[in-house]
Design a protein around this ligand. Structure first.
Ligand code: AP5
Length: 211
């Protein structure tokens, strides 16, 4: 099963990706998480990537496409995978086609822009795993601790209001056109109301996969 999750920053892609990974036993590949790992390395590439993440702009295609194409050729992806955060623009979608990747489901989590600020400002994250929580909507079992490891949660640097604004601008300019791209390209484009509670969004996704 090869799945793409699309949606605005903060729409809930990472939250659903974590559930799909467990329920369907496929790796969830978050390009945001891969890039955050790279930005933490003490290297020229790390410094370059960090600069893009902190500004809210997309990391250049020549960096991320190669990383992603290599990642999905690894053994654990042989039975499928879920992409969270890729593609982010038409050129990245074309790169998937060029690599002969046949996508089974493109799922768009639709949510109003005004909901996004609430979601991102309350988000807390377990950096190593990418698991995300929300102080009100999806709290961890123990205050500020990851449910599985008990390690501390952090607030992401790019969840500051001015960076959120830039990320939304970038989304509408670069990523939004992908919706029409996949509506036209694929019979497997599905739209879900992403403003529903986490478990209802998860049910809607399960219904799609079992249809
Ligand atoms: P990335 O990490 O991919 O961030 P994003 O797409 O902006 O998405 P987020 O992780 O912010 O949100 P999400 O949709 O996963 O929501 P979440 O589940 O956490 O990318 C970061 C940066 O990396 C980019 O800005 C760019 O610079 C770079 N990058 C990444 N991919 C790239 C690419 N392909 N090319 C170039 N650059 C790239 O949920 C948000 C909050 O809401 C959480 O607190 C959660 O608990 C809560 N929540 C989730 N669902 C619900 C619900 N149903 N109801 C209530 N609360 C909910």
């Amino acid at each position: 099963m090869k799945i793409i999750l699309l949606g605005m920053p903060g729409a809930g892609k990472g939250t659903q990706a974590e559930l799909i990974k467990v329920n369907y036993n496929i790796p969830s590949i978050s390009t945001g998480a891969i890039l955050r790992d790279i930005s933490n390395t003490n290297s020229d590439l790390g410094a370059k990537v960090e600069h893009y993440l902190q500004s809210g702009r997309l990391v250049p295609d020549e960096i991320i496409i190669e990383i992603l194409v290599n990642r999905i050729s690894e053994d654990d992806c042989s039975n499928g995978f879920l992409l969270d955060g890729f593609p982010r623009n038409i050129d990245q979608a074309q790169a998937l086609k060029k690599a002969d990747v046949d996508i089974d489901f493109v799922v768009f989590l639709n949510i109003e822009e005004q909901e996004i600020i609430k979601r991102m400002s309350g988000r807390r994250m377990h950096l190593k795993s990418g698991r995300s929580y929300h102080i009100d909507f999806n709290p961890p079992k123990n205050f500020n601790k990851d449910d599985l490891t008990g390690e501390d949660l952090i607030q992401r640097e790019d969840d500051k209001p001015e960076v959120i604004k830039k990320r939304l601008e970038v989304y509408f300019k670069e990523t939004f056109p992908l919706l029409d791209f996949y509506r036209e390209e694929s019979n497997n484009f599905f739209e879900i109301d992403g403003s529903l509670p986490v478990e209802d969004v998860a049910k809607a996704i399960d219904n799609i996969f079992s249809s």
